[in-house]
Design a protein around this ligand. Sequence first.
Ligand code: HGY
Ligand code: MN
Ligand code: MN
Ligand code: MN
Length: 428
Amino acid sequence: ESNSFVTDFVSSLSVDTQTLQNQIDELSTFSDTPAPSVTRILYSEKDVLARRYIKNLMGLAGLSVREDAVGNIFGTWTGDEPELPPVATGSHIDAIPYSGKYDGVIGVLGAIEAINVLKRSGFKPKRSLEVIMFTSEEPTRFGISCLGSRLLAGSETLANNLMSTVDGQNTSFLDAARSAGYANNLDDLSSVFLKKGSYSAFIELHIEQGPILEEEGTSIGVVTAIAAPASIKIDFEGNGGHAGAVLMPNRNDAGLAAAELALAVEKHVVESGSIDTVGTVGILELHPGAINSIPSRSHLEIDTRDIDEKRRNIVIEKIHQSATTIANNRRVRLSEFKIINQDPPALSDKLIIEATEAASKELNLTHKKMISRAYHDSLFMARGSPMGMIFIPCYKGYSHKPEEFSSSQDIANGVKVLALTLAKLSLY
Ligand code: HGY
Ligand code: MN
Ligand code: MN
Ligand code: MN
């Protein structure tokens, strides 16, 4: 485009920052825990209210709205050439217990506002633009991360497993989905799978969930790769018994086996040879959970990630070996060692990186390339179309806790870069 056109167009982009902030605040009230925390679990009553709120905003933005069998929500702005694969953007609004109000939300409310920004500027899309709100990016209810985008990416294994998956209260996935108005009399979920090439590009706006942009005073992160996540479920079983009467040599304490394994996770991760390897025991349950009863069962769930897939897989191997050794030494049974997901990393598409950098430059925003250590729906959308991500700074990098925060200015910057990048990708 001629330079003056670009400059005029760029300066015409204006974000309704106040309305967007009000929407972020209002959406955060659909929560099962008191403010400032947010808890919004898949298919819960609060999740259903929040979904209705998003669909309403999509309608007000003039998008045509549809939902698939598991509740991925699509809002479409039909372009001049609707037969071309559209450009998509989006994120999630589900929130893990006691978390914040920006993770995911910025990429859904911000994407709808980016559509409004483009409409207000008089932009006419060539390729249709689609905003996607993904079902259940967080693993909280059924232990599966990125459930909606995994299915969109065509995971047959997941589609089959979901037919027999239950949550911690023994509610089946299908019953939970039906209680929210989805998956009605369905005996398979393959209808959710996207055809290859459904989108010419997918780009997600998200808070960094790390401290780098804020520390360096950089406005925009251009994501080049998303780290490889994995999660493992482990159970140990011992004889339990009376905490006073059983002498130490006669014990086989499942709780201590879990404690030793948690420290082994830290050891294997720290000794991987790279700062990019991380590992957490985020869930550790002891049964029966009485102070004067030796734990007869322990349940651990481990989250381990690395930007290098092979290095991460070596850590998983070592964790498995430690679990077996600890079980033998402590004469407990390793009754479950189950890898729930062991995903490869994803690389962003060169063209989308360049478009995002160009948009940041035209908006006079400082920007830098960086990796995402958190996973996102983009990790799975990358399996079906070129992918990119835009990061904005967040306060001290805090996320997955109520102190999570991003300023209106940073959010507006992210929305403008998203709007301009969507415009560029739509005209390709
Ligand atoms: O855990 C993650 O990486 C994402 O924020 N759910
Ligand atoms: Mn998250
Ligand atoms: Mn997220
Ligand atoms: Mn278990």
